[in-house]
Design a protein around this ligand. Structure first.
Ligand SMILES: [Zn+2]
Length: 141
């Protein structure tokens, strides 16, 4: 292979890595929040709205493929500010270690198709693009 060509392929491989890596390895608060809301929504579907703050990280690692292999203690650490945020938004009501989750509605954005989990009192806006045309997801027939 020509040296320039090898260099270019190398550059492409590197930029490709940087596109892929942040998604796989970095837990952004937004992504964590999405998974937490997803978890509360799914559990509410099974009639469960009570959680223990100290147990949530363990539930996430055993429930979600995304968090499989994570150390629950480390996940709990990165989740802590996100849980605090949900408490201050009144999505969660915290009493000691107990959390009570508010009812969430699963809504899809008509513009970007992102699925948001929103509580009754939150503005009905897409959590990715702020679009306000949301419909229940999956759509009712
Ligand atoms: Zn959107």
């Amino acid at each position: 292979m020509l040296p320039q060509l090898a260099y270019i392929s190398y550059k492409i491989a590197i930029s490709f890595l940087f596109i892929i890596l942040p998604k796989r390895l970095v837990d952004t608060p937004r992504e964590l929040e999405w998974y937490l809301r997803d978890h509360f929504f799914r559990q509410a579907g099974k009639g469960r709205t009570q959680f223990q703050r100290s147990a949530i990280a363990g539930e996430m690692t055993s429930t979600y493929l995304r968090y499989r292999g994570y150390d629950p203690a480390k996940l709990a650490e990165s989740m802590s500010p996100v849980l605090d945020g949900l408490v201050s938004m009144q999505i969660l009501k915290q009493t000691g270690d107990d959390l009570e989750a508010a009812a969430l509605f699963r809504m899809q954005c008509s513009k970007c198709f992102y699925v948001s989990y929103l509580a009754e009192k939150e503005p009905k806006a897409c959590q990715r693009c702020s679009g306000t045309e949301l419909h229940e997801f999956p759509k009712r027939k």
